[in-house]
Write a protein that binds this ligand. Sequence first.
Ligand SMILES: Cc1ncc(COP(=O)(O)O)c(C=O)c1O
Length: 382
Amino acid sequence: MNAPTPTAQIETQKTDGSSLPPVPMTGNLPPRVPEVFDHEYRAAMRSLLEAREPMDWIGVHQFLGFPEDRAAGAQFVTRRLSAAPDPERVVLSHSTQAILTVLCGSLVGANGVLAVEELTYPTMAKFAKQMGFNLVGVKLDDQGIIPDAFEKVCKEHKPRALYTLPTLQNPTTAMMGLERRKEIVEIARKHGVAIFEDDIYSLLPEGVPSPLADLAPDITYYMLGTAKSIGAGLKAAYLVTPTTTEPARLFWPGSGMTYWMIAPANAGVATELVHNGGADRIIAAVREETRARQNMVAETLKATSYRTAPECLHVWMEAPSNRDLQGFGEDCKRRGADVGPASSFLLAGGSAPHRIRFGTGKARERSDLQRGLDAIAAAYFS
Ligand SMILES: Cc1ncc(COP(=O)(O)O)c(C=O)c1O
């Protein structure tokens, strides 16, 4: 292992002599882009307040979303789907998480089996525990789910659904190629397995293969949240269901619960941003800042081994082979970078790879990110 030339002295102290907290790098939020975001969000809010009658807008339940918001959702998802779905197939929610709780509750259910990527979004383990369904992990390679492994899981465990992140998978950053996507939907269809496709990381990279929902719209529940491309606090996520009757069956009135509903003001802002092009301008700014931050990763960690992509919000990095994973993570933190061990993403048994995941977006400024990256490099080469 070649040690790089040190890039900079790591700042661990504030000017008043007190110590700086570790840079938060466990999460993978999009980076701040206030020079674009603030203007766009304010403009959207202002024009909404003029355009909509508050009492009719806020004083009522809008259940699956007002028709204009569902239509904007149908338009928003064309950033990924090849054609706008019928708005009657679209549900607005405040989060991908809320959509997932409804889908898991009704389509997997207590004691049912949900197939998941062997390493995946840790919240799925919490949902499984709360709702009493079982997770079965599917082995992954560089392109995500391995078809033979998925087929084996289908035969042996009879999952009711598959939860998958085919684009910049969390945490491995795997990108499923088109042929692989076709193989996965074919296996799902053959075994009667519904697909919960979480495409939340797909709006920053360009030239991403078609979503599974384009290949198999009849069995795929397609989720496109805005938390990783526009803003985590916008609290707007879109679901496209296979048919026009599914929204009412699964959400309202079928579920008889409204906890998943989007706040009308958030729905309205999202709609305004879709219509006036603000969403695209914010996404473009986040993309550009993500690329700049990835260049910093490439420069600082070039002598290490990791996987990521120029428009990926997280990095999947090998820990030094002679170091215990937990000890390496603690060392990174002591030196100034809070990172997550691979074991946090292993939800259904198996062994965790000797890796850490860290996000580049939560560090407030690039200088903060640099401090965190320098800390990781220092821990790696110590
Ligand atoms: C894969 C994945 N899906 C969904 C979410 C959360 O999205 P939302 O805020 O829309 O629930 C996250 C956030 O960490 C995530 O990593």
